[in-house]
Design a protein. Structure first.
Length: 150
């Protein structure tokens, strides 16, 4: 192996991999490559421990206070029409399932003991939907409650 090949193979290593066997044997024989690779390793170790830039003072507190005071909003609002239409679909699905042929077929296959689990699942779906709506509109609901009860 030539010196240029040994240095090139060392430079191609990624993430502090071990040296290939051929490069190690070359380093045992060649004093110049051994010194060169050691100095390159020292430089890489220094770069790994160094910060890419140095700040004269800590800027985290002023940046955090600026972000808290800024009025930039990163949430997307969904209109009440969409919320209500989904609620109507869920509620009408609950009502219409009572009259469906599929429910009659399921009751024929599994008996009338299917009514309770079905009502529990549909009730949970409606409850989770209501909780999502209330959770995303809690500030508006507080204002409305304060307006009517004060």
């Amino acid at each position: 192996m030539k010196c240029d090949d040994a240095i090139l193979r060392f430079m191609e290593l990624d993430n502090r991999e071990t040296l290939p066997l051929r490069v190690r044997f070359h380093m045992l024989r060649c004093r110049h490559c051994r010194q060169e690779i050691r100095s390159l390793r020292r430089i890489l170790d220094e770069q790994l421990g160094a910060s890419p830039f140095m700040l004269e003072r800590d800027l985290s507190a002023p940046l955090q206070s600026y972000l808290r005071q800024s009025e930039v909003s990163y949430h997307r609002e969904i209109s009440y029409v969409k919320w209500l239409s989904v609620g109507v679909v869920i509620l009408s699905g609950r009502i219409l399932v009572t009259f469906s042929d599929t429910l009659a077929w399921l009751q024929d296959r599994f008996g009338s003991s299917l009514d309770i689990p079905l009502n529990i699942v549909l009730g949970l779906a409606l409850s989770i939907y209501a909780l999502c709506f209330i959770g995303t509109h809690i500030d508006e609901l507080k204002k409305t409650i304060d307006l009517y009860f004060k």
